[in-house]
Design a protein around this ligand. Structure first.
Ligand SMILES: Cc1ncc(C[n+]2csc(CCOP(=O)(O)OP(=O)(O)O)c2C)c(N)n1
Ligand code: SF4
Ligand SMILES: [Mg+2]
Length: 351
């Protein structure tokens, strides 16, 4: 069932992007997830974001772990590189790939079980190393694939479908990513595509570790009264701090806004993140302020969404390590083996 291909034909009048591709060129196989699963909406948002950004599909590497969420890379970007790793191990495989070939666009897709339980250590080190990638956690508060056990992000006191109460404290990956040094951090809701698509575009263009926690209801196991990850609960408790418009370098800035209602955050590549403020007291360039804001609202049962933090001066692991501009998987023997004289010099410097 997982391997149903979609027919390649599409209507000749479908709009194309600057590369001449239609949105359908960014799709994957037919999804086998439950009808109404939030994860499918996230796949649709990824397709939309990549199409709008004119990303060349063959330049994307999509990696995931294990779970319903980690199955989704099969359902988008069918012409991209893909690697379905072991449960919770996507970050280390992604780090290795990104070091070997810095020219690809790295997209990690994971679940709350995959990233906050078995893969928590891997998640932490990817963020603190500043690997240049977009990391999306499709957060439903349960292990969907293995039939609905509480995950580590489930709120204390929330109820399972069968009425069991979760006694453990939750792990919130957003303040964690902020504390660990991620340079682009957002939270979104799979049911709000207008918010999610620009957040994904901003993350893909960000030159460092970008993390988006997307609340993504599991209709089979966690969409009932008593759950804090159901469609109804998230809609009622969603406190968006801003709305972002991602403007690539080439776009002309024409929109007119009242003074004080927007913040423009220029990126290294000349693109601009325009943030329309919804919470007056919130500044997305203040890392510690963002942690406080998220945690204070969380204590009141509110889910803060939007772009929570961006560092316009962000760098990445390659910059920190001073790796060559040529991707390492393309270095020839001359560059990799500088000769016995150089080896002697290195050895001498270590004596
Ligand atoms: C090493 C290992 N341990 C446990 C499992 C069983 N397992 C498969 S998916 C999963 C949890 C998936 O939860 P999550 O990442 O939240 O994805 P979801 O299905 O909810 O999208 C577990 C525990 C496994 N496949 N491999
Ligand atoms: S079990 Fe839950 S997470 Fe998995 S496909 Fe169904 S609704 Fe989605
Ligand atoms: Mg899950």
């Amino acid at each position: 069932m997982t391997y149903l291909a979609k027919p390649a034909l599409h209507h000749p009048t479908l709009p194309t992007n600057r590369l001449g591709y239609t949105r359908r060129d960014y799709e994957g196989k037919i999804s086998t997830l439950c009808a109404g699963c939030g994860h499918d909406s996230i796949s649709a948002a990824i397709i939309q974001a990549c199409w709008e950004l004119d990303v060349e599909p063959h330049r994307v590497a999509k990696l995931s772990g294990i779970g319903c969420s980690s199955k989704t890379p099969d359902y988008f970007l069918g012409n991209s590189h893909g690697f379905n790793t072991v449960h919770g191990r996507m970050p280390s495989v992604l780090t290795g790939a990104a070091l070997a070939n810095r020219e690809l666009v790295y997209l990690g897709v994971s679940g709350d079980g995959d990233s906050a339980s078995i893969g928590l250590g891997q998640f932490a080190h990817l963020m603190r190393r500043g690997v240049n990638m977009t990391y999306i956690v499709e957060n439903n508060g349960v292990y969907g694939l293995t039939k609905g056990q509480f995950s580590a992000t489930a709120d204390q006191g929330s109820k399972s479908k069968r009425g069991a109460v979760n006694l453990d404290s939750p792990i919130d990956l957003v303040p964690l990513a902020l504390q660990l040094g991620a340079t682009y951090v957002a939270r979104a809701f799979s049911g709000d595509k207008a918010q999610l698509v620009p957040l994904i575009k901003g993350a893909l263009a960000h030159p460092g570790a970008a993390f988006i926690d997307v609340i993504s209801p599991c209709v089979a196991f966690n969409n009932h009264a008593g759950s804090t990850r159901s469609y109804d609960y998230v809609r009622e408790h969603n406190e968006a701090v801003n709305r972002i418009d991602f403007m690539p370098r080439r776009s002309e800035i024409t929109a007119d806004y009242a003074a004080g209602t927007v913040v423009d955050v220029p990126q290294h590549d000349g693109s601009i993140l325009r943030l329309r403020k919804l919470a007056e007291d919130f500044d997305p360039r203040d890392r510690i302020g963002a942690i406080e804001h998220v945690m204070q609202h969380q204590a009141r049962g509110e889910i803060v969404t939007g772009l929570l933090f961006v560092d316009p001066e962000a760098g990445d692991l390659h910059q920190r390590l001073g790796t060559p501009a040529t991707p390492m998987n393309r270095l020839d023997e001359k560059a990799l083996c500088p000769g016995s004289a150089m080896l002697e010099r290195i050895n001498a410097s270590l004596r």
